[in-house]
Ligand binder design. Structure first.
Ligand code: FES
Length: 117
């Protein structure tokens, strides 16, 4: 494996990640400004809390309304209208404590993982 690939995999946090968070930054489900604000919070807070997660910006999930959208895998839990305040609660309750914020869940699909185990 090349040094640059090894470095990239390490930087992405793939080996130690327990969850992968995808956040849509708009522009159709929310304003890019709104999406960036949540992204900046998600990034800094997950670092500060030393969360074992990977974070990925998404350009569009093809839902295009009621964003910003946050999806958490491996559970496949979809949260809509994620503000900074909502993101804070999702990180604390779902990611840290393992209890999804059920009243904000719009959809769930673990992509068949549960049925294979
Ligand atoms: S722009 Fe966010 S879902 Fe399409």
């Amino acid at each position: 494996m090349s040094r640059s690939l090894s470095s990239g995999l390490k930087k992405a946090g793939i080996a130690g990640a327990k969850k992968h968070l995808f956040l849509c930054l708009g522009p159709d489900c929310c304003s890019p400004r709104e999406g960036e604000k949540v992204w900046d919070y998600l990034k800094s807070e997950s670092k500060d809390l030393h969360l074992e997660v990977m974070r990925t910006k998404v350009g569009c999930f093809r839902i295009c309304t009621r964003g910003p959208w946050l999806v958490v895998y491996p559970e496949g839990i979809w949260y809509a209208q994620v503000t900074v305040e909502r993101c804070r609660r999702i990180l604390m309750e779902h990611i840290l404590d393992g209890k999804p914020v059920t009243e904000w869940i719009v959809a769930e699909n673990d992509l068949g993982r549960a049925t294979k185990m």
